[in-house]
Write a protein that binds this ligand. Structure first.
Ligand code: CA
Length: 221
């Protein structure tokens, strides 16, 4: 899963970026409204954390432009305590959730998990595929109850597929959702990570769909 974090306050931005990365997300950051608007219009994000008070272009305008451009990714806005009317305006403009500063990082993470799973139509933070269970709250994967040890990239890859069971996902899509923009992306490395992941999972969990990409078997044997 790949997130966009838009926050102009350096200390908060740095700590949130670290927390989101620790939680297993690929994170792109923007510290002003113009960069945010551009990134959100051109890159595919699974969710966005958007501060409203931003230099160059305010967060509300950024959000309105994304929605006007047909961008539908879930957006969680950050607002100052005394700006309740901003929340109303932002929700009407297409924000999906909000947090009032200051907030606990755990709450931000929980709200993001909920936004991401709702966007994919999943009701539970526990994703199941046959004997495999992925707990989005703890970023842990188990097979028949036994822990499966994954690197952060392997986890991100599996989480992306498990949010989309039975759907074919192309290598390009995986590349775009597993890495932040400043990463040296190479879609060939996806094959390497898929191969490593397969060795840790039950056989046939991840199918190759020739010429199209990969699919998590909806009900593996
Ligand atoms: Ca701000």
């Amino acid at each position: 899963m790949r997130l966009l974090l838009v926050e102009d306050e350096p200390t908060l931005r740095t700590s949130l970026q670290a927390a989101l990365q620790d939680a297993g997300y690929a994170v792109d950051v923007a510290d002003n409204g113009q960069d945010a608007q551009h990134l959100g219009e051109t890159e595919p994000f699974d969710a966005v954390v958007l501060d409203l008070g931003l230099p160059m272009l305010d967060g509300l305008t950024v959000l309105q432009r994304w929605r006007a451009a047909g961008r539908t990714m879930p957006v969680l806005i950050l607002t100052a305590r005394d700006r309740w009317h901003e929340k109303v305006t932002a929700i009407d403009a297409g924000a999906d959730d909000y947090l009032t500063k200051p907030f606990h990082t755990e709450e931000l993470l929980a709200r993001l998990r909920a936004l991401i799973r709702r966007a994919q139509g999943a009701a539970s933070p526990l994703l199941q595929c046959g004997a495999l269970t992925l707990d989005t709250r703890s970023s842990r994967v188990t097979m028949d109850g036994r822990p499966v040890t994954l690197t952060s990239l392997e986890y991100r890859l599996l989480a992306y597929l498990m949010h989309r069971p039975g759907r074919v996902v192309s290598r390009t899509e995986l590349t775009e959702h597993l890495y932040a923009q400043d990463f040296d992306r190479d879609s060939n490395t996806i094959e390497v990570f898929i191969a490593r992941l397969r060795r840790k999972l039950p056989p046939d969990t991840i199918e190759t769909v020739r010429g199209l990409g990969y699919r998590l078997a909806a009900t593996p044997a």
